[in-house]
Design a protein. Structure first.
Length: 267
């Protein structure tokens, strides 16, 4: 609609001339009704006899409209934050979830936003709801929980391509919250707990294996040096006595001292 190039015709020009003549006759009183102020973040789409006056919206600043023949619509160009209400979706692996999000968009072409769609904000919200359901319906629950950023970028690209003809630029899409049934939460918690227990058991088994190998090497060293075993006993006794100042009953095999005596006599 904004790209039409037809003129307003002879009758239209006659009406515009009469309107302009009316402004001149009633000047300067009529000038206050003709001058409109458009704010910095706004643009005005002017209609003359039902046709858009220019492909480009007017403003910011003062604009001049003729009485009786001109009307205008102001369009806000600021960023709009649109909250997507919770949507109940069915994922690819047949899991029901409720997902809500936020869409940030702005109007970059006021003429397209006025001429090509009835209510640009309502249309963008409804399209965001539909796109969210369609995109999330193709994802599994694991992908939905782990790939927030990728899914948000996919929704943003789909929305941006669809709203381009409306003069809307989608800046960002965020998935705010994902709610899954309580039974599924318990099942996922049990699965995660079982995985952690499995890892803990594997680590404990690996620790036991490493400890047994270290003890095997220590026993081989003590076998080669018979005097090392009593020294190890005495070292352990000293460490325990330093920590707890009390009477300690420490078992010590007698044959150790016998082997030591024999070793000394033989030397």
């Amino acid at each position: 609609i904004a790209d039409r190039q037809e003129g307003i015709g002879v009758c239209g020009w006659i009406l515009v001339s009469l309107s302009f003549l009316l402004v001149l006759i009633t000047f300067p009183i009529s000038i206050w009704a003709c001058i409109k102020v458009v704010r910095e973040y706004e643009r005005a789409v002017v209609f003359r006899l039902g046709r858009i006056l220019s492909k480009k919206a007017k403003g910011p600043g003062m604009i001049l409209v003729l009485p009786c023949t001109d009307t205008f619509i102001k369009v806000d160009l600021r960023m709009v934050t649109c909250k997507i209400p919770p949507q109940e979706i069915l994922t690819r692996d047949a899991v029901t979830a409720q997902v809500d999000g936020v869409v940030h968009y702005r109007i970059h072409s006021a003429v397209s936003a006025v001429a090509n769609v009835t209510d640009v904000h309502s249309a963008t919200l409804l399209l965001a709801l539909t796109t969210l359901r369609n995109v999330l319906g193709t994802q599994s629950l694991a992908q939905l929980l782990a790939g927030h950023e990728e899914i948000a970028h996919s929704i943003q690209a789909t929305l941006d391509s669809a709203t381009e003809q409306w003069g809307v630029k989608v800046a960002r899409v965020e998935i705010k919250d994902i709610r899954i049934p309580m039974a599924m939460q318990r099942a996922m918690a049990a699965e995660a707990e079982a995985a952690q227990e499995r890892k803990a058991k594997v680590l404990a088994a690996e620790g036991e294996m490493n400890a047994s190998k270290a003890l095997q090497k220590a026993s081989m060293v003590l076998t080669e040096s018979p005097a090392g075993l009593p020294l190890r006993y005495l070292q352990t006794l000293t460490a325990v006595a330093a920590q707890n100042n009390s009477t300690i009953v420490f078992p010590l095999p007698i044959n150790i001292f016998g082997s030591l005596g024999q070793k000394s006599t033989g030397g």
